[in-house]
Design a protein around this ligand. Sequence first.
Ligand SMILES: [Cu+2]
Length: 351
Amino acid sequence: MFKKVGYRLIIGLSIMLLLLSACAGATKDSSAENEESTEQKTEAVSAENADENDDKNLIEPHKDLNQEPVPLEMERDGTDVYVKMTTQITDIEIEPENTYKAWTFNGEAPGPLIVIEEGDTLHIELDNMDPAIPHSIDLHAVHTNPEVGFADVEPNEKGAFSFPTSSPGVFMYHCATDPVLSHIANGMHGVIIVKPKDGFPTDDEVDQEYVVVQNEWYKYNDFDDMTNGVPSQVVFSTKALHEGQPNTNGTTTAVKDSPLEAKAGEKVRLYINNVGPNEVSSFHVIGTIMEDVYMDGNPVNHVEGMQTVMLPASGGAVVEFTLKEPGEYPFVTHQFNHATKGAVGIIKVTE
Ligand SMILES: [Cu+2]
C-alpha cells in the first residue's frame, strides 16, 4: 500500500489548496448559494482578464492563425542525416479549456523528437512559416559558430544548416532568436537524442523505453511574467520513440491521459529532459529507485541508486528503474508547487 501514498499525497495537497482558495474567496455571508455566485463572478472576471491579457499580447498577424502541424521529415545517407523542420503558429490546449497560440517547431510544443547517432552530421532545413517574426534553431548536441549555425530565418523564408555531432546525450534544442526567453516560453523547444555508438552498459536489461519532457507555461506571450513571474503551468509530455507510443504536447493532463506502460518486473528506461525555460526539475518516480542513471544521457556519467535526479534548465538524463508490482506509478518533479501546477505523469504497470 505504500506505493499509493505518494499519489494520495498529491491529490490530498491539491484538495487542500482548492479548499484553502475556496475559503479565501468566500464572502462573510457563507450560504452555499452566495459562495457559488461569488466563485462564478471571480471566474468570469479572471476569464475576462485572461482574454484582455491574451489580446494585448497576441501579435496581430498571429490572430486567427492556427497552422496545421507539419510532420518532421528525416532521411539518412550514411552518417549524414537530413531533417526538414518548420517553425509555425499552432493552437495547443495546455490544460482543459485553455488554448495557447503557441510558437512551435512543426506544430508541437515541445517540438518533434529527433534521434540520431553519435558522430552523425546533421543537416537541417528550417522552413519559417510564421508570417510575422524570424525564428532559428539552437541544438545543444552540435558544434557550430552560433552566429552562423543558429542564425535567424526570416518570415516565410527557409534556412539550411549543417552541424557535426560528437557526444552522445539527451539534448535540448530551442529557438535562439532574440528575445530567446519569449521564443522558448511560447513553445519553441524540443529534444534531440544522440545515441551512443557503443550503447549503454545496461542496454540488454531494458524492456521498455520512453521519452519524457518537462516544460513550463506563462501568461500568454507576457515577457514580464516570463522574466519576473512564476509559471502558470508546469507540465510533462511524452514523445514517441517507437511506433505506437503516445506523442503529446506539454499539457497538464498529457501523460495522465496517455500513461506510459510496462509490465511488473520490467526495467523501464526514460530519456528525460527539462526544457524549462526557467525552472529546475527534481525528477522522481514514486514507488521505486532509479537503479542506473546516465546524466545528460552520456554513458560515461553513470551513477546508481538515485531517488531524485536534478535536471537544470536544458539538462537531460537517461534513467532506469524496475516497477516490481502492478499499479499506477506517478512520476513528478519533486518541487511540489510545480507538481501541483501539472507536472505529474503516470506509468501504468500490469501483471
Ligand atoms: Cu522563435
